[in-house]
Design a protein around this ligand. Structure first.
Ligand code: PEP
Length: 256
């Protein structure tokens, strides 16, 4: 049995006051949460403020990105040590908006970041997924296989247990076009089988795979009922406490 894990990616939204308000609303409503792991990913500018608000609550802090180096002359970058310093427990790596951003983030860089995050004790959430064009061309599995094998290169079976995989089809992110539960489950099952070939199936049974892409309170229930969907990475719907809380509550049915 894998407990659901739900993340809220605030992306480049929320000023200090807005972030404080949202964090307080979440803490006030989720104080008795025990069965699910919940994290939020505020922008760097408000990590510290949000960290203070959530510190004694079940809601954990996640950064949206980090650099692969320990420290150094990397203007504008943030290190794993800095994230730990501010109270982060998790870090998102390889979000599609970064894989396709400027500069583009490739699997090799994500792998370097993953190794650094693990060596410092952060819990990484590795994001991956195919574009609409890749799906239309029937290349979904090929793309996922490449992303998994390259980004998880040299990660051993102890460390893979600390990693959460977020399957986020690019065509579903911010588009309102959610994958059907069956479409998502097919890819989640493929990812789990792939991981079983890289590690062993006993270990891989414990690895959590989140789905992400236009999750709303209404579609979470059907997604979480799939055998290999262990939670959600939520963008737009996590910017509002009411909808994010409804999504978390929807995930609890998988525990019943
Ligand atoms: C995301 O940012 O990871 C995401 C899935 O966004 P949205 O829920 O808005 O599609």
């Amino acid at each position: 049995m894998r407990n659901p894990i739900i993340g809220g990616n605030w992306k480049m939204y929320k000023t200090i006051d807005e972030g404080i308000k949202l964090a307080k609303e979440l803490v006030n409503n989720l104080c008795d949460l025990t069965e699910c792991d919940v994290f939020i990913c505020p922008p760097f500018t408000i990590l510290e403020k949000v960290s203070e608000i959530i510190k004694n609550s079940p809601v954990k802090l996640c950064a949206q990105n980090m650099h692969w180096a320990e420290e150094g002359a990397y203007t504008g970058e943030i290190s794993a040590k800095m994230l730990l310093d501010v109270g982060c427990k998790y870090v998102l790596l390889g979000h599609s908006e970064r894989r396709r951003g400027e500069p583009q983030e490739f699997d090799e860089i994500i792998n370097k970041k993953l190794k650094m995050a693990l060596s410092k004790g952060l819990l990484p959430v590795v994001c991956l997924g195919e574009t609409r064009k890749e799906r239309k061309e029937g290349r979904t599995e090929e793309v996922i296989k490449k992303q998994i094998t390259h980004s998880l290169r040299e990660i051993d079976k102890i460390d893979i247990l600390k990693v959460t995989i977020a399957y986020e089809p690019v065509w579903a992110i911010g588009t309102g076009d959610t994958a059907t539960p069956e479409q998502a489950e097919d890819v989640h099952m493929y990812i789990r089988n792939l991981l079983s070939q890289l590690y062993n199936s006993e270990v891989v049974e414990k690895v959590r795979i989140q789905y992400g892409g236009s999750i709303k309170p209404d579609n979470m229930k059907d997604l979480i009922m799939q055998d290999n969907i262990d939670g959600g990475l939520v963008g737009g719907a996590s910017l509002n406490a009411e909808s994010f809380i409804k999504i978390i509550n929807a995930c609890k049915i998988s525990l019943a």
